[in-house]
Ligand binder design. Structure first.
Ligand SMILES: Cc1ncc(COP(=O)(O)O)c(C=O)c1O
Length: 366
């Protein structure tokens, strides 16, 4: 399937230029959507049909649609960045395509090939290219967030893989995650809830993982924390990840340590990229289990100079405090450290076209 094979049905009532400019000036996240969406249908009998770019709008679903009952859904999150010359690029999309396929396999959904995935992003971004923010709209870190997702669309209440599936891509402009500059966050340690178990769906980007994290997130909010960190399900001892981001530790300003991706955590594209950028910058990089005991002891002793969360949405987010049932632990140097900010800058410079893309990580969309 190539871009030209996507049928284009233009929106006859697109957002006016004035309304779009007002949205782009203050887009927030996930609130406003562009004028079009991608749709590709799959059926067990006929495989993938020709994709289409069509006006953004509600889906009409039978109340018995399988996804609504059994959560047979997977999704991705990836951004399109405007470069200084006006062109639009995305970051390592083959990895998101591979991850979507891995998620789909785990959820017994069909696997779109990488070519179709990339072409779907390209077709949508070309159609809605005016929605990709420029630095003038909302500062240097605004982008167009792309949300590919697949749902089991067969109206059938039996518990088995759906025989029809719909793949969509929608897009929303998004501002810098931290409007007033990067601020350290407080993280709640979930001692009761876990996110993923061996053999479960932790490594898949599926709706159920996020539904299951919400009660812990409510607990976090009740303790004035922005995010939750989960421990492993077997021993309640090993640090896994946050509800929507991976976690990295910096010891003595020179060793970057992050838990290994062993099936229960999501293999973040940001995480993998930061590990390479850190090695380039001369840091030693270790993927190894980190216990909650090690985290707290190293924070108390001062050996832990930084902790940060990483992901597509917030890039690199410093963790200032870890909050547990017993106490609040200050994490890392009070000045916020240097490694996280350095890696954040390196990644953003690459994504926004201010640094040479030596690895071929960027793909042009428009
Ligand atoms: C649970 C979870 N972990 C980690 C990540 C970070 O992944 P990425 O860097 O690919 O955005 C995300 C976000 O997609 C996530 O939802």
């Amino acid at each position: 399937m190539s871009v030209t094979s996507f049928r284009i049905t233009p929106n006859t009532e697109p957002t006016s230029a004035g309304d779009r400019a007002a949205i782009l000036a203050d887009p927030g996240f996930g609130r406003f959507f562009t004028d079009h969406m991608v749709h590709v249908r799959w059926s067990a009998s006929g495989g993938w049909e020709t994709g289409e770019v069509r006006p953004y709008g509600p889906l009409s679903l039978d109340p018995a649609t399988a996804a609504l009952h059994y959560g047979q859904t997977v999704f991705e999150g990836i951004k399109a960045y405007r470069h200084p010359d006006g062109s639009v690029w995305t970051f390592r999309p083959e990895r998101n395509a591979e991850r979507l396929r891995a998620s789909a396999r785990r959820l017994a959904l069909p696997e779109p090939d990488t070519g179709t995935f990339l072409e779907a992003l390209e077709a949508l971004v070309r159609q809605d290219v005016d929605w990709v923010p420029t630095p003038q709209h909302h500062g240097a870190e605004s982008s167009l967030y792309l949300r590919p997702f697949m749902i089991a669309s067969e109206p059938f209440l039996g518990v088995r893989p759906s025989r029809t599936v719909d793949f969509h891509v929608i897009a929303c402009p998004t501002a810098a995650y931290f409007a007033g500059g990067v601020k350290p966050v407080r993280i709640w340690l979930s001692s009761h809830y876990t996110r993923a178990a061996p053999g479960g769906t932790g490594a898949a980007k599926c709706g159920g993982n996020y539904a299951a994290s919400l009660a812990a997130q409510q607990e976090a909010s009740a303790h004035d924390c922005e995010q939750v960190v989960f421990l492993d399900a077997s021993e309640h001892r090993w640090v896994e990840e946050l509800g929507g981001m991976n976690v990295c530790f910096v010891f003595d300003n020179e060793r970057l340590v992050t838990p290994p991706v062993s099936g229960t955590i999501l293999e973040g594209v940001t995480r993998a990229s930061l590990l390479e950028l850190a090695a380039d910058a001369g840091l030693s990089v270790e993927e190894r289990p980190v216990s909650i005991g090690e985290w707290i002891e190293a924070a108390d002793s001062g050996a832990l100079t930084e902790v940060f969360a990483c992901g597509t949405a917030a890039v690199v987010t410093p963790i200032g405090e870890l909050v547990t049932e017993e106490r609040t632990i200050a994490c890392g140097d009070s000045d916020g450290g240097t490694v996280g900010p350095m890696l954040r800058r390196a990644l953003l410079d690459l994504q926004y076209g201010h640094r040479r893309d030596e690895r071929g990580w960027m793909t042009r969309l428009a």
